[in-house]
Design a binder for this molecule. Structure first.
Ligand code: MD6
Ligand code: FE
Length: 218
């Protein structure tokens, strides 16, 4: 039998970016070299600004727990969705953005064709088995073309990626520890969500999936 050697960048190379749209990409494993810096930084953030369940304007408690770092943090309560400079739970500013987050975001954005964006906000989501995120658009930021960089750690997830309206069946994209998704420009308002996380134990994060998304909010 003849062995095939695949050139770099073929469909079968697991490191190849996967295009979800003209300006939306999955970058498999891009965060892996950053993990030794990301995990202690995440621990330090949650000691100052603990994960908590927030309530939607409709009165539903989210199954995902949230916190933030950076100049601005995304919050939701009975009054709506918005960005705040202070953690409503403590009255303190959100913890500063760790340099490793910014370095990773810069590399990811550049690989997706977005140069010179700096992020002032980072929303951190903690999923336990069964937690999910229903289909939504991210539209609380000033510039709805600037890219979002989304980093997945811990348990795997099925990410749903749909169109610019709620109609139609969204694509299902498996994401694992270390994967990064970037989208912006004309894809920035695509509907997306996360199916319920399956039971499991990740060697570094246990029964959790952590996803953090960096954006330019103001
Ligand atoms: C998640 N992510 O992956 C949820 N939003 O846990 C998001 O809602 C999201 O990954 C905007 C851009 C990238 C994302
Ligand atoms: Fe989102």
């Amino acid at each position: 039998m003849q062995r095939m050697s695949l050139p770099q960048g073929t469909l079968f190379d697991s490191d190849t970016p996967l295009a979800l749209g003209s300006h939306a990409f999955v970058l498999p494993g891009l965060a892996l070299p950053y993990v030794p810096e990301l995990l202690p930084a995440l621990d330090a953030i949650q000691r100052v600004a603990p994960f908590r369940h927030m309530v939607t304007p409709g009165g539903f408690e989210m199954s995902v727990q949230l916190t933030n770092c950076g100049a601005l943090g995304w919050v939701t309560d009975r009054h709506g969705y918005r960005y705040t400079a202070h953690d409503p739970a403590t009255g303190q500013p959100w913890p500063p953005m760790p340099p490793s987050f910014l370095h990773l975001a810069r590399e990811a954005a550049a690989r997706a064709g977005f140069d010179d964006f700096t992020q002032d906000a980072c929303l951190i989501n903690c999923y336990e088995p069964g937690s999910r995120m229903s289909l939504h658009q991210d539209r609380n930021e000033q510039d709805l073309f600037a890219p979002v960089v989304s980093v997945s750690l811990g348990l795997p997830a099925i990410f749903q990626f749909g169109g610019l309206t709620r109609s139609g069946r969204p694509a299902r994209v498996p994401l694992v520890h270390g994967d990064v998704v970037v989208w912006g420009g004309p894809d920035r308002l695509r509907y997306h969500g996360v199916l319920p996380i399956e039971d499991g134990l990740h060697p570094l994060l246990g029964a959790r999936r952590i996803n953090f998304t960096l954006r330019r909010a103001a």
